[in-house]
Write a protein that binds this ligand. Structure first.
Ligand SMILES: *Cc1c(COP(=O)(O)O)cnc(C)c1O
Length: 336
């Protein structure tokens, strides 16, 4: 496996820190919890899309693109990081935002990621819920091409084999840190959505024969569908890397019991996870992804799925800027 042969532009502050969470570990009374701080990638408040964009934006530049397009939900972290990367590289950025939740709170529509999209100079258009958003994106990209623009379209979440290379890179980075620290890890847990993060991570770990199982906590699709999506993308990523077949179907495991009312809508357990991480460790989770990943981690510890004496790494995928788009969930007026 050779990552160096793929074009890459440095956008993130890498390596991200790998740190213990002693107070949360003690409070839960289970395994030793560590955190991989991919919320600290540095690009416009950071997050997991930065690593994918290092490879995607390099491909866009190589193709001579003058505008990048992508799509996501209103409070998409991926759209915000794409807008930031485009600004950094002097490209235009056009975003297609789907109203996936139906929320009409002022902060949800204009604060958080949406504010940053605008600050980075992206142009925005909106879609109602339930459309095939990647198909919508293709239509809009063709519209720009008809205007003689060299448009590079990035699928939702940056989740294709090129984007997933960013998480192959993360797997290598993490394994290096574990060697440096002399640390053994029994599990990696993180939030999984458009599948690129888990697909890249699992591919990198399998290619390196690391033997560390990854558990993706789903935020939208049911388990079967999520695992199929991750596995299909992992297979394509492995092929791109020149190690086809390195990921087996059983290497891809998702738990989708923590989605709650739906994508972008926090459950009680999401809010509790945000609260516990903030109070015990001063770590900010988000209401759409990492809060649900954290909820899964906490509940599975309470149920004894991870035992005392084991060591778990929670991959923090970012997203906390979206908290300011969800003030309606936190009863702020009663407490401040
Ligand atoms: C996009 C995102 C995820 C999910 O990653 P995928 O690669 O889409 O599965 C998790 N956490 C945050 C904060 C995200 O923005």
């Amino acid at each position: 496996m050779n990552l160096a042969k793929f074009p890459r532009i440095r956008l993130g502050h890498l390596p991200t820190p790998l740190e213990p969470l002693p107070r949360l570990s003690e409070a839960l009374g289970g395994p030793e919890i560590w955190i991989k701080r991919d919320d600290c990638t540095g690009l416009s408040t950071g997050g997991n899309k930065t690593r994918k964009l290092e490879f995607l934006m390099a491909e866009a530049q190589k193709q001579g693109a003058d505008i990048v397009l992508t799509q996501g939900a209103t409070q998409s972290n991926h759209c915000r990081q794409t807008a930031a990367a485009a600004a950094r590289l002097g490209m235009d950025c056009h975003l297609l935002l789907e109203d996936r939740t139906g929320y009409d709170h002022e902060n949800y529509r204009y604060n958080g990621n949406v504010l940053l999209d605008v600050l980075h100079g992206a142009t925005v258009e909106h879609r109602g819920p339930g459309l095939d958003m990647n198909a919508e994106l293709d239509v809009v990209a063709d519209r720009f091409r008809a205007e003689c623009r060299n448009a590079y379209a990035i699928p939702g979440g940056g989740s294709n084999p090129t984007g997933a290379l960013g998480y192959v890179n993360c797997a290598l980075e993490l394994l290096g840190q574990l060697v440096d620290l002399g640390l053994n890890v029994d599990h990696i847990v993180h939030a999984t959505g458009s599948a690129g993060t888990q697909a890249g991570l699992v591919t990198g770990l399998c290619a390196m024969n690391a033997g560390i199982p990854v558990l993706g906590i789903g935020v939208r699709a049911p388990k079967e569908k999520q695992e199929e999506n991750v596995f299909a993308l992992a297979a394509r990523t492995a092929e791109k890397l020149g190690c086809p077949g390195v990921v087996r179907r059983e290497d891809v495991v998702a738990n989708c019991d923590y989605v709650g009312p739906g994508y972008g809508m926090p459950a009680e357990s999401t809010l509790e996870a945000i609260d516990l991480f903030a109070r015990y460790e001063a770590i900010l989770l988000d209401p759409v992804y990492s809060g649900k990943g954290g909820a899964g981690l906490i509940d599975l510890i309470r149920k004894g799925h991870f035992s005392k004496g084991e060591r778990v790494v929670f991959l923090h995928t970012g997203g906390a800027i979206a908290l300011t788009g969800y003030t309606h969930e936190f009863d702020v007026a009663a407490k401040a």
